[in-house]
Design a protein around this ligand. Sequence first.
Ligand SMILES: Nc1ncnc2c1ncn2[C@@H]1O[C@H](COP(=O)(O)OP(=O)(O)OP(=O)(O)O)[C@@H](O)[C@H]1O
Ligand SMILES: Nc1nc2c(c(=O)[nH]1)N=C(CO)CN2
Length: 165
Amino acid sequence: MTRAVLSIGSNLGDRLANLRIPVRSLAAWLVAASPVYETKPWGVTDQPDFLNAVLIVDDPDADEWTWLDRAQSAEQQAGRVRTRRWGPRTLDVDVVTVDNVTSTHPDLLLPHPGTPTRATVLIPWLALDPAADLPTHGPVAELLAALPPTDIADVKPRTDLSLHP
Ligand SMILES: Nc1ncnc2c1ncn2[C@@H]1O[C@H](COP(=O)(O)OP(=O)(O)OP(=O)(O)O)[C@@H](O)[C@H]1O
Ligand SMILES: Nc1nc2c(c(=O)[nH]1)N=C(CO)CN2
């Protein structure tokens, strides 16, 4: 089996509709979809707020490259145009982990190196799985507790929104 954790985000266009694109295209392998969060942009801060969420998917026939391929197909379906690093996007799908695989290949770094410091990933992931563990880093709850409180305050649940139509 390969169980993957995917982080999804959108800050352009119909953000919720964009997040639902991978939910639909990955439906056959979807184990769980997190709540949706409204988040302040990190990295490049002069851009619109994001909606972020996390998906857990499982496919016995997939490896890590299959998941990257599926993630990138969903981005393309959302009409994503690559602009600047960390800039606004209709849909970003990052492969956070695939089982306990580690990879230093630049096209597929695993676990995704941004994860330990991104409340926008850790909070939705923890909501789905309180015992979540980031391979080579440790419990997600501990990583989150180590972040500045302002990072956590910048990630707000949108209980009025759902990834399922
Ligand atoms: N774990 C991963 N998940 C998704 N893409 C990855 C991963 N590791 C490396 N990449 C590579 O990153 C590139 C895409 O980068 P992208 O423009 O989405 O970065 P970003 O989302 O702006 O920044 P970040 O990766 O820090 O979130 C792709 O070429 C992809 O092959
Ligand atoms: N809040 C938030 N900020 C970001 C995000 C994101 O998903 N959420 N993604 C980025 C590029 O990957 C850059 N900044």
